[in-house]
Design a protein around this ligand. Structure first.
Ligand code: ADP
Ligand code: MG
Length: 305
């Protein structure tokens, strides 16, 4: 698919077929920000990035803090427009969508955020939170939505559902809150999940469970997934392919296994060296274990991206 598709986008009110899932195409996207107080200084947050998420594919977008991952996620979800380039999902040119078009797009492309607490209304129970998209997007009756909420709570491992349905965010652990956020994202039966650092604010002990859940959902529901992280190893759990972003530019991409075992770019090697794991294959730089561990400690103390 080419960027030209964007100019041929259908008007907002034309219904889209939901049966066949198109690829999500990021085509030469660049985003620059003006930096105040520094004359005409511009910061290039995302620099000429192109990639495609095929239907059912799980792609990792990996890079250190500040590499442009969240900016790209905001472009993909349509909350910001790129300075140049386009993002298309079938006939939908994301940057051209108005309110009703964005609404339809968001039914198919859902976002999971880094901070599950911030993403949930503290006054709403899990049931209310998950039922809302069922009613709004899928026009379910109250009873249908109730049944669907219980089904979704089970899907995301919050069982028995009656125990979790009435809980407010502060009554749940971080992992349980992220599961509610995931259930809400699944409620409108999306085709694509964009997950921006979905486990980086969770206790280490809860991360693997949420990652396994994402991998399971992707396999069982045929969802496409863009998994955004600063942690290359976590990408191994949920992705088939990886894109490595450094200072807004793609520096390496390929099959996850291959990139992890034979990183080609010095920046990818650096990201791998920062990972605390005794099982890691030694990197091509031959970094000693002690150095890797001290770097890792520094990395784990740093605020997650
Ligand atoms: P990541 O998610 O990989 O940590 P971000 O996409 O958040 O990176 O940020 C990329 C770069 O763009 C950073 O240098 C950041 O400071 C800058 N940036 C992000 N959003 C804005 C904004 N709204 N205005 C100015 N600069 C921004
Ligand atoms: Mg970020």
């Amino acid at each position: 698919m080419s960027a030209d598709v964007a100019t041929d986008a259908l008007p907002d009110d034309v219904p889209q077929p939901s049966t066949d899932v198109p690829p999500l195409v990021v085509d030469h996207v660049t985003t620059t920000y003006r930096i105040r107080g520094r004359g005409h200084h511009k910061l290039i947050a995302v620099d000429d990035v192109s990639f495609t998420i095929a239907p059912g594919a799980a792609v990792g977008l990996v890079g250190a803090s500040g590499s442009g991952k969240t900016t790209l996620a905001r472009m993909i979800t349509g909350s910001e427009r790129p300075t140049s380039g386009s993002i298309t999902f079938g006939d939908l040119a994301v940057q051209k969508l108005r309110a009703s078009g964005l609404r339809r797009y968001h039914q198919r492309v859902q976002m999971i955020f880094q901070d599950p607490y911030g993403a949930l209304n503290p006054l709403h129970t899990a049931e209310y939170t998950i039922a809302r998209p069922c009613r709004n997007f899928l026009a379910m009756s109250a009873q249908q939505a109730h049944d669907r909420v219980y089904e979704l709570l089970e899907t995301v491992g919050l069982t028995p559902p009656e125990q979790f349905a009435t809980k407010l965010p502060h009554q749940l652990s971080g992992g349980q809150r992220q599961r509610v956020v995931i259930a809400r994202a699944l409620a409108c039966e999306p085709d694509v999940l964009i997950a921006d650092e979905p486990v980086s604010m969770l206790d280490v002990s809860l991360r693997a469970g949420v990652l396994r859940l994402l991998a399971k959902l992707r396999a069982e529901h045929g969802l496409s997934l863009l998994y955004i992280t600063h942690d290359l190893l976590s990408a191994r759990v949920v992705t088939d392919d990886i894109i490595v972003l450094n200072k807004g530019r793609i520096v390496e991409q390929g099959a996850t296994k291959k990139v992890l075992q034979h990183p080609q770019d010095a920046y990818t090697v650096q990201l791998l060296d920062a990972i605390p794991t005794p099982h890691r294959v030694p990197s091509v730089t031959g970094t000693s274990k002690a150095t890797a561990t001290s770097k890792a400690t520094a990395a784990s103390k740093a605020t997650p991206a």
